[in-house]
Design a binder for this molecule. Structure first.
Ligand code: ZN
Length: 703
């Protein structure tokens, strides 16, 4: 019920109203305009000392407990929607405001002590939140309301249904002894899962090679690996080192040796743990009335049950077979040529190397040379122009009263037709010491209907790490950076444009196997020549646009190994679903052989005596969920067709408007399956995805 704290999670903040800090005129202006629309726009009041962080934590926990005490004290005759489920949404919202703000501080503060205080506070907050589901007084009050079978509709009905479902999923509707047992097992599971993850983090393996053995690996890496005269040490657990060798080492024995070490990381500790975790999950699921853990996990996702997820993975696996075979044949040709062995086969330690060779040989294209077309500011403005136009919005630069970093920017988003303010976003785009080192959208203040029928509009932040500008050059983005920008800003749109009443459903708080789909769809934009020509030009001579043949080659190169890429993904999805449907108390010792069989069946036969699953961290935080990557890709490709078939393609305003009203605005306030179909104007289809990844034959005739 109280969501775990994750980036991309939404929640909100009340916090400092604009009046509290001396706001710039334009920001005040923006807030005033919002008031005319019965909306509230707010900037968070950031904690700037470790004491403030601790005070906030204390106040949040006290406030949360007080809010729940109020619900728990209700007599059955007093319960209403507002004072039970509605109140829980309010309590969750307040907690989320703190959690989200502190998460942002943890990732962006320039002060190490504050980052550390925020990290500690979040940990404490999470531990406290675990117990909230088990407050029996609160459960009784909510149940008293549900037992009246109130006539609710729409979002209210969904909120009551899902709140009760959360309680059932936590075991609250079981008789006391079984409920206590489930709670105990969940705690045990959490602790075993933490152990598994820390074993993955801790696992290390140094593998030594001679220079000759590393033939093909670029000089720049060799310099880093050198540990003696003709001794080079590669850490199997450091991804970039592992990939540098697997992608480039010309000698098969080298690739094989390193892969075997990699696929045995954490084996001794984590296989015994998995043999405990999987049966425990199975047991919890059964106690809660589910057939399998995968059924339990998928109940709250788009797929809704394990069978649908398994069928999806199976069908796609079969559908990909011809393309996968053809790609392996290409790899094999290269290997035969290279080794002179007419019978050479492609093994699991070969595919990375030969896909790299294939790209080099067939699609000689240096993605680096595209950077000159993507100076950061132009790319940003180009994306702004497109999103403003297709979604019917206006972005205006505002002056933030408080900046955690000098080059921080703040923008207000409003509806282009009516001027209605929709929300705010910060941009913190360049790397620095101690900052979050990926690219993500962080929710800070989530959307929610608040007192007096007013609507709290969202505030979010884009935290990125684009190359910093230098003295003589602007920040020049890689094509993949531009793709990331379009993707992450899509999440910002999802958050900001929400009109869901309740915090639980606002913006991107949609099922995890859907949340990436709209943003993945928007990645298509940067592969379109027309889109790129609207903003990309050589910064030294803006009359020069991206040559069409470079873009075409990049696309071809990507498509050339899609079969291999997806079969690998599906092997992970498949092993995840298999373990979470088939392993139970009686067959726990089959975990490793079963996992290896599935992986070998869907991808390449594994190297002998390896234990890949011991190092597969997704089994802990994405359990029975890995299928979701391909699932969301399929929906993204399907959704992209709405633009591709529209008169103005990726610039089409009516398609963009439909994305806004049917996907972004409702968020999770209605079943996303319905939202997707409304956006598509037809039932979902997997065909566009198959076409995109190079499968011509429809899946129907393959089983
Ligand atoms: Zn994303």
């Amino acid at each position: 019920m109280f969501r775990k704290i994750i980036a991309l999670s939404l929640m909100t903040g009340f916090v400092g109203s604009l009046g509290a800090a001396p706001a710039s005129a334009s920001l005040e202006e923006f807030a005033k305009r919002a008031a005319k629309f019965n909306a509230v726009v707010t900037l968070p009041q950031f904690e700037v000392t470790t004491n403030q962080v601790r005070d906030t934590l204390r106040q949040t926990i006290a406030g949360g407990n007080a809010g729940l005490d109020k619900v728990g004290a209700l007599k059955p005759a007093q319960v209403t929607f507002e004072n039970t489920v509605g109140a829980l949404d309010d309590v969750g919202y307040q907690i989320s405001l703190t959690a989200d703000r502190l998460s942002l501080i943890k990732e962006t503060s320039t002060n190490a002590a504050i980052r550390e205080a925020a990290t500690d506070a979040i940990k404490e907050l999470e531990e406290w939140m675990v117990g909230l589901d088990y407050r029996e007084d609160v459960y009784k009050a909510v149940k008293a309301y549900a037992d009246r079978k109130p006539k609710l509709a729409g979002e209210e009905a969904k909120l009551l249904f899902e709140t009760m479902r959360d309680y059932r999923r936590a075991g609250l509707d079981l008789p006391k002894p079984q409920r206590d047992e489930v709670e105990r097992m969940r705690k045990q599971l959490a602790s075993l899962a933490t152990d598994f993850e820390s074993n993955v983090t801790k696992a290390q393996k140094a593998v030594k090679f001679t220079k000759a053995e590393l033939e093909g690996v670029p000089e720049s890496f060799l310099e880093q690996f050198k540990t003696g005269t003709d001794e080079y040490t590669v850490m199997a657990n450091v991804t970039f080192q592992y990939l540098a060798v697997e992608d480039n080492a010309a000698r098969e024995e080298t690739r094989k040796k390193l892969l075997i070490e990699h696929d045995n990381l954490a084996r001794a500790d984590n296989i015994p743990l998995l043999e405990k975790i999987l049966p425990l999950r199975d047991d919890i699921a059964k106690k809660l009335g589910y057939k399998t853990w995968a059924d339990y996990q998928t109940e709250v996702k788009m797929v809704k049950n394990a069978a649908t997820a398994i069928e999806f993975v199976q069908k796609l696996k079969t559908g990909l077979q011809p393309k996968f075979d053809a790609e392996i044949a290409e790899f094999r040709k290269l290997k035969v040529k290279q080794t002179g062995d007419a019978k050479a086969q492609i093994n699991i330690w070969d595919w990375r190397y030969f896909s790299n060779e294939l790209k080099k040989e067939k699609y000689t294209v240096d993605a680096e040379q595209l950077r000159v077309y993507f100076p950061y500011q132009k790319a940003l403005e180009g994306m702004f122009d497109i999103y403003q136009s297709i979604f019917g919005l206006k972005f205006e630069k505002l002056d933030p009263p408080y900046k955690w970093i000098g080059d921080l920017q703040l923008y207000g988003v409003s509806d282009a037709d009516t001027g209605e303010p929709m929300g705010l976003f910060y941009l913190d785009m360049f790397p620095r010491e101690g900052k979050y080192n990926h690219f993500a959208q962080f929710g800070i203040i989530g959307g929610k209907q608040i007192a007096g029928g007013k609507y709290q509009r969202p505030t979010v932040a884009l935290i990125c790490n684009f190359p910093s500008p230098t003295k003589d050059k602007p920040s020049l983005l890689a094509h993949s950076d531009v793709e990331t920008l379009f993707h992450e800003f899509g999440h910002a749109m999802h958050s900001i444009l929400t009109r869901a009443k309740f915090s639980r459903f606002a913006g991107s708080s949609v099922p995890r196997d859907f949340v990436e789909a709209p943003s993945q769809m928007l990645e298509n934009w940067v592969w379109d020549k027309k889109v790129l020509d609207s903003f990309a030009a050589d910064y030294r001579d803006p009359s020069k646009k991206i040559p069409a043949e470079i873009l075409a080659k990049l696309k071809e190169a990507r498509l050339a190994v899609e079969g291999t890429r997806y079969r690998r993904q599906l092997s992970f999805g498949s092993v995840d679903l298999t373990l979470h449907t088939q392993i139970h108390d009686g067959n726990a010792r089959d975990t490793l052989p079963l996992a290896n069989k599935v992986l070998s069946d869907v991808f390449f036969p594994l190297a002998p005596d390896t234990a890949f699953v011991a190092y597969f961290g997704h089994l802990m935080h994405y359990d029975a969920g890995y299928y979701g990557y391909a699932w969301a890709d399929a929906i993204a490709a399907d959704m992209a067709t709405v633009f591709e078939r529209a008169p103005n393609g990726y610039f089409d305003k009516s398609a963009g408007r439909r994305l806004r009203t049917e996907i972004y605005e409702p968020g999770d306030s209605r079943d996303v399956n319905i939202s997707i179909e409304k956006f598509l104007g037809r039932p979902r289809s997997i065909e566009p995805f198959l076409k995109k990844i190079g499968i011509e034959k429809p899946l129907a005739d393959s089983r």
